[in-house]
Design a protein around this ligand. Sequence first.
Ligand code: BGC
Length: 487
Amino acid sequence: MPINPVLPRNTLDANTSQQDDNSITSAPSLPKFPDGFCWGLATASYQIEGSANVEGKGKSIWDTYSHTPGKMKNNDTGDVAIDHYRRYKEDIQIMKEMGATGYRFSIAWSRIFPNGTGVANPKGLDFYNRLVDELLKAGIQPFATLYHWDLPQALQDKGGWQARETSQYFAEYAGYMAEQLSDRVKHFFTLNEFQNFVDMGHRGIEMVVQGKPVQIELAPGLKLDNQALNQVAHHAVLAHGLSVQAIRAMGKKDTKVGPAEVMFCGVPVMDTPEHVKAAETATRHLNARFLDVMLTGKYSDSYLKEAGKDAPKFTEDELQAIASPIDFVGINVYIPKMYVMASENESGYSEVPMSISHPKMSSPWHTFSPEVLYWAPRLTHSIWNPKAIYITENGCAANDELSTDGNIYDTDRVMYLRNAMGQLQRATAEGVPVKGNFVWSAFDNLEWTGGFGTRFGLVHVDFETQKRTPKLSAKWFKEAAQHNAVV
Ligand code: BGC
C-alpha cells in the first residue's frame, strides 16, 4: 500500500504578525496518488476529428445519424468537429503543456476499413501512426480505444450489432490495429461503454433526475425488443473477447488489453458490512450482461432468470472467448446507477430513491455524487479482483463562458475534479490497484446528440474559429499532475 510522504509543514513567514500565528496557508500534506499514476486525458474520434469524408474514410453510423433531421441539437454534426484530424499536433502540444502523461483516443474503424472489413485504407492508418508518433515525441503515453461507437455504416447495413459477424469483423480490425501499432501503443481498450451504446443505441433509455425525465438516444437509434437487445449485448461482449484473442495473436508480447466499460455502480448508503455486501450484489447484477460475464465467463443465474425467454442465445465456447484473460479493467465513472441498502428481500438489496434535491452538474443526467469515484473502483476490486483498474473517463460539463480577461473560470469543474479525485485517491490509498485516470475530456467537443453546446473540455474550443484556450481546470489538472496529488 502506498504511504503518503509527509510534506514539510508550512512555516510562517518571518514578517507575519503575531495575530496571524494560527493561519494555515496550504495543506500540511497533499493527498498523493501512487508513484507512476497516469494523469490522462480522453477523447473519441467522432467527437473531435472532423474530416468526416476525406482520405478514403467510409461512413459510420454517426455520419448517418447526425445528418438525420431532428436527431442532433441544432443539427450539429461531426463533419468538422474540432478539426483535430488536421490540428492534432497543436492539440498534443496543449496536452503536453498541461502535464498529461497519458492520452486516451479512439480509432475510427471506418478510416481503417471503410466498409468495416476487407482491404485496409493506408491513409486512414497513417493518421493514427502520425498521432502516436507525435504523442510519444511529447512524452505522452498513447492509450487506444478501438471502438467508441462509430460503427462503419456498411456493417450497420448488414445488421450491425444484431449480426454475430460484426463481432468477428471487429476482432479482425482489432488484430490488424495491434499488428500495426503495438510496437508503440502498449495499451488497447476494446470497446467503450458497452452498456450505453447497446441500450441507448438500440432502444433508448429514460432516467429521472431531480424529478424530471431525461431521455437519451444514440446512433443507430433503433427500438429493439428485449430478446434482440440482449443478443446485441451478447455480440458486443463477444466482440470484446474475440478482439482480446486477436490482439494477443497479432500484437507485440507486451501489449496490454482490457475493456472500457461504464461501470454501473450501486453505492452503499453507508460503509457498514451489510450495506457494502448489498452494494456488491446490486453492482454485480447491474453489470451482468457486460463486466460480470467478461470477468467470470458466465451469465449470472439472476440475469438469466430475469431475462427468461428473452435471454441471449449463446454457446459455452462463446462464453470462454468472452472471458479471455485481460490485463486491466477500464471503467468510466460519472454517476452511481443507484444508492443501495441491505434488504431482507430475495435479492438482498433495495434501491434507495434519490432525493429530488440531490445536487447535479450541468448535464441533465449528471447527479453530483463524487463518492462514486471511491466506490466504483473499490467494488470492482472486491467483486472481480482484476489485476489493474483504469478510470477511463471521469469529468463533467459546465456552462463555460469566456470572461472579459479572456480566461474561463470553470470553478464548478474544478470543484468537481477536486472532489472526485479526492475520492479516487482514497481508493488508491486503501490499496485498490487504480493505475490512472483519464479526464473526460481534453477539449470541448461534439457531445453526441447534445451537440456542441455541452462543454466537457479542460480546454475551451471556439467552434467558429477553432481557437483553443485552456480553462482554469486545465491549470488545476497541470498542478495536480505535477504533484501527483489532489491540489
Ligand atoms: C462517453 C463520452 C461522452 C461522455 C459525456 C461517456 O458516456 O464515453 O463519449 O461524451 O460520457 O457524456
